[in-house]
Write a protein that binds this ligand. Sequence first.
Ligand SMILES: C[S@@+](CC[C@H](N)C(=O)[O-])C[C@H]1O[C@@H](n2cnc3c(N)ncnc32)[C@H](O)[C@@H]1O
Ligand SMILES: [Zn+2]
Length: 295
Amino acid sequence: MLDAVIDLLACPHCDGSMDLDDAAVLCERGHSFDVARQGYVSLLTGSATPFTGDTADMIAARGDFLDTGYYDPVRTAVASACTSAAGDDSRILEVGAGTGQYLATVLDALPAARGIGLDVSKPAVRRIARAHPRAGSVLADVWRQLPVRSGSLTHVLSIFAPRNAAESHRVLAPGGVLVVATPTTEHLRELVSLPGMVSVDEHKTERLSAALSGLFERTERIPVQFSAALPRRALADLAGMGPSAHHLSAPERTDLLAALPDPFEVTVSVTVSTWTRRGDVTVPGGHGDTAVRGG
Ligand SMILES: C[S@@+](CC[C@H](N)C(=O)[O-])C[C@H]1O[C@@H](n2cnc3c(N)ncnc32)[C@H](O)[C@@H]1O
Ligand SMILES: [Zn+2]
């Protein structure tokens, strides 16, 4: 619910603090943003963003897949990274939050915490609005100034999602942490080696360190690696929720998967790393890492 996080939001026009009335979020200077019937607020302003994020079908597939529990070890690792760096009053932002299920897992693990789920996809923010009573849902673009008050947060999460190093640094309080989950080159290798499926960028780990190391110091690293024998339905959701869904149509994916054994064994290989905000740095303008996809 937006009221749980309204004090953490900042006006995208004037950076002022925000308040909530029945159907709108209002800043102290009178800029007003409608709360959508589905419970999220759009704080996207200015020229149209070139990003539309995940489609309704991708979000539905992601929700169904995460509900199967096959990725629970990843969710547990993310929650554990967050709780090991948490005080009593955790204030969390998940960027590229998708369905909001990771944010919900973290909020369940931290009973006094509250969180903003931010995404540029409308189907995503509709779903995030229902993800957890202590979560507020915001439509915004991670590559612009985040509509969040400077120094207000204890955690920023980027789970298989794009991240903006400079903006994450700005919104975190001193000592705050950025928790990042990225696939390794082994992640889903049996699936991504099929024709038309998209594989992981092999230079992702170096790129992540290069983008974050000036502003953050890596303080924890949890490798998560296991095999899962996925029945056809779960495999179809997994193929439909990731970057390959931008390249292959649903019928093309169905044909591709029909030739595979059922169940089909895949390797899940993910790194959950915790980066602590450095206080002794001058933040450069502009953007941090480039977009990363592929959860
Ligand atoms: C691979 S999904 C991960 C979703 C979720 N974190 C999870 O792991 O289930 C990446 C998410 O980032 C969102 N996204 C992509 N570009 C974005 C942008 N420029 N600003 C905000 N969100 C973005 C997509 O809409 C999508 O929901
Ligand atoms: Zn304003």
